[in-house]
Each structure stands twice: as C-alpha cells, then as structure tokens.
Ligand binder design. Structure first.
Ligand SMILES: [Zn+2]
Length: 77
C-alpha cells in the first residue's frame, strides 16, 4: 500500500514559470517521474516480432508497424 504521507519537493520555478495550470500539471508530473521514480526504461515497444530485434531506429519505409518488412517478406515466402 502506498504511503499517503510520502511527499515530494518541487522547485518554485516550476510554478512561477508555468502560469497555466494544465501546463504546470504536466511539468510537475514530468519532474516527479524524472526525479522520484525508478529510472528504468519503459519496455521497448519497437521490437520486430519476427526476429526480436529493436526497430526503433529503422526508417518507416522498412517497417510494417514495428516489424521489419524484410522479416515479414521472408516469413511469407
Ligand atoms: Zn525483424
């Protein structure tokens, strides 16, 4: 169960620099995740389901969804 009394400290500048409450909300959230949450990377969604390799840096032209076009073609031969 989460500790309800657990607190975070945010810089005054976040509030002063963000007169818009909506923008402030997203900045606070971002600050919180950058400073208080586990820094482990979120699971990588960019993985080819055929070969299991990372496709996050592949040109869109060579992908179908997150899979290599090459792998899809090879599989369907
Ligand atoms: Zn692949």
């Amino acid at each position: 169960m989460p500790n309800e009394r657990e607190m975070i400290v945010i810089p005054k500048s976040l509030i002063k620099d963000n007169p818009n409450d909506f923008a402030l909300g997203s900045k606070v959230r971002e600050y919180y995740y950058n400073n208080y949450e586990d820094q482990s990377e979120p699971p990588n969604q960019w993985v080819c389901k055929y070969c299991g390799r990372d496709t996050s840096d592949i040109e869109y032209d060579y992908l179908q969804g997150t899979d290599h076009l090459e792998c899809i073609l090879k599989t369907n031969l």
